[in-house]
Design a protein around this ligand. Structure first.
Ligand SMILES: Cc1cc2nc3c(=O)[nH]c(=O)nc-3n(C[C@H](O)[C@H](O)[C@H](O)COP(=O)(O)OP(=O)(O)OC[C@H]3O[C@@H](n4cnc5c(N)ncnc54)[C@H](O)[C@@H]3O)c2cc1C
Length: 469
């Protein structure tokens, strides 16, 4: 396939953009360009030529139509918290930031649905619906700054997916703008529809490569007012990894099951000076159960305790005050930020939930083969999703083997029935590994879908696939 040829922004095109979104909303100063050149990966491939902040779907349509006509690349952006380079303008052009489109338009209690603009943060919708006794479950450490547009684009998972599923499960419909400028309306406040292709779900996880989402219809449920938060120490990740399968065998589905290698906790303790008395052992499990009936929730918490005892954990700590719950979550949510300076790559692998113990065995084998490679793991083990922090190294052996080791981890994951990204997306940083997860025919089908939505390849080029090749 021939890579598309892109054009640079000319002064005349900049004037046209200003006439669409208004003078103050087209930014070309160096600081604004730099701020929008990367996401939470911190890697800069290329600076954008302008940052454009539309205020409505009509303005998004105008910008896309203009850019399509003149072959200017457009990279959509929400909160910029992504971890796969999705919001990086790898081909230059404009970054289209949705931050002005941040209104919660409706909370419909009788349909248990909300209608929001794509720039609303995850936390803003959570708080708004909780105020009326409803619940939007997807929750990430970045909820305060990540947007629903970014969440839909990456099919964000987070910490409550064990019981409540991922973003995909909570999106009923959306409004989106095609790269050629047409505004489309998909789905709605409907919990059932067997009418035509489900294009809403095609956009979920499409990483901003098919359309710019401007509005979402979200499913809600009653707020589960009761929850228990438990922390259990285990000898190591191998021992802790058995907790998920054990709980599922017992018929217990916690809302959260996070595993953390002790070294991740130590890194936070070293940085913050705070210490956490979680007993001894190399791994910690953080489990939450919730519901609307306090007795049933307590009974589930007891079952978690029984499972931990059967798996020879140390003493289980119950976080029985809001301050204790907050403290343990503050710790968990800080891993990414605190480890980042030490990390070279952070694969976000997922395997079937029963295969988490097998994943840790495979990881040990790979590390045995490549002794220069050091990792620290944590993540949403209840979903089979582990974040593997591959630490930076400085030796020639490290440089020679790091990519091979990561590729081998991915191969082992795929052999276990898993895939290369659970929730962070392929983006720009994982596209070389797409071939491990899909056959040629499958990748070709995805490329043809991309062509149908975006015939000139202007929308978020260089993500998921290499441009053209
Ligand atoms: C410390 C840390 C912890 C994290 N933990 C989690 C976690 O537990 N679970 C999880 O799933 N993720 C996690 N993430 C990753 C990140 O927060 C999510 O991917 C989030 O969904 C990104 O949202 P955003 O608004 O910041 O998107 P951005 O980073 O701005 O963009 C992400 C992608 O979405 C596209 N996009 C943005 N808005 C739109 C739109 N309106 N229409 C079309 N495409 C759009 C962009 O082009 C890009 O491809 C974490 C990140 C950090 C830094």
């Amino acid at each position: 396939m021939v890579p598309p040829r892109y054009s640079k922004l000319t002064p005349a095109l900049l004037d046209s953009l200003r006439s669409i979104v208004g003078l103050p909303h087209v930014l070309t100063d160096r600081e604004s360009l730099k701020q929008n050149a990367t996401d939470a990966t911190g890697v800069i491939f290329r600076m954008p030529e302008a940052v454009v902040r539309p205020g409505s779907a009509g303005e998004v349509a105008g910008v896309l139509r203009l850019c399509d006509e003149h072959r200017v690349p457009v990279t959509p952006r929400g909160g910029g918290t992504g971890l796969s380079g999705g919001a990086m303008p790898v081909q230059g052009g404009i970054v289209l930031v949705l931050d002005r489109m941040n209104r919660i338009l409706e909370i419909d209690r009788e349909s248990m649905a909300a209608v929001v603009e794509a720039g609303v943060t995850t936390q803003a919708i959570q708080e708004a619906v909780e105020a009326v006794g409803l619940f939007y479950p997807p929750d990430l450490p970045t909820s305060g700054s990540s947007t629903l547009g970014g969440n839909i684009a990456h099919n964000a998972g987070g910490t409550r997916a064990v019981k409540y599923g991922v973003t995909r499960d909570w999106v009923l419909g959306c409004e989106a703008v095609l790269p050629t400028g047409e505004v489309i309306h998909l789905g709605g406040k409907l919990v059932k529809s067997s009418t035509g292709y489900n294009l809403t779900q095609l956009l979920v996880g499409s990483e901003g490569t098919l359309a710019v989402v401007t509005r979402l219809v979200l499913r809600l449920r009653p707020f589960p007012a009761h929850s228990w938060t438990l922390v259990a120490p285990f000898a190591d990740m191998h021992a802790a990894a058995r907790l998920g399968p054990e709980l599922f065998r017992m018929g217990v589905v916690p809302r959260t099951l996070e595993l953390m290698e002790r070294r991740a906790i130590q890194a936070v303790e070293e940085k913050t000076g705070e210490s956490h008395a979680f007993g001894s052992g190399g791994a910690i499990a953080l489990v939450e159960v919730d519901g609307t009936d306090p007795g049933a929730v307590e009974a589930e918490a007891q079952k978690v305790g029984e499972a931990c005892a059967r798996l020879a954990s140390g003493d289980v700590m119950v976080c029985d005050t809001p301050a204790k719950v907050q403290r343990v979550w503050k710790l968990r949510d800080s891993f990414g930020e605190i480890l980042r300076p030490r990390v070279s790559r952070a694969p976000d692998i997922v395997v079937p939930r029963s295969q988490v113990p097998e994943f840790f065995r495979a990881l040990d084998e790979v590390k045995g083969k490549y002794p220069a490679i050091e990792t620290i793991s944590f993540g949403h083990a209840g979903d089979g999703n582990i974040h593997l922090m591959v630490l930076k190294g400085s030796t020639a052996e490290w440089r020679d083997t790091v990519n091979r080791a990561i590729e081998e981890v991915y191969r082992r994951v795929v052999a276990l029935g898993g895939t290369i990204s659970a929730e962070h997306g392929v983006g720009a940083v994982n596209r070389e590994f797409l071939k491990l997860a899909f056959t040629e025919a499958e990748v070709d089908l995805m490329r043809r879908i991309k062509m149908a939505f975006d015939p000139h390849g202007i929308l978020n080029p260089g993500k998921i696939f290499s441009p053209g090749g």
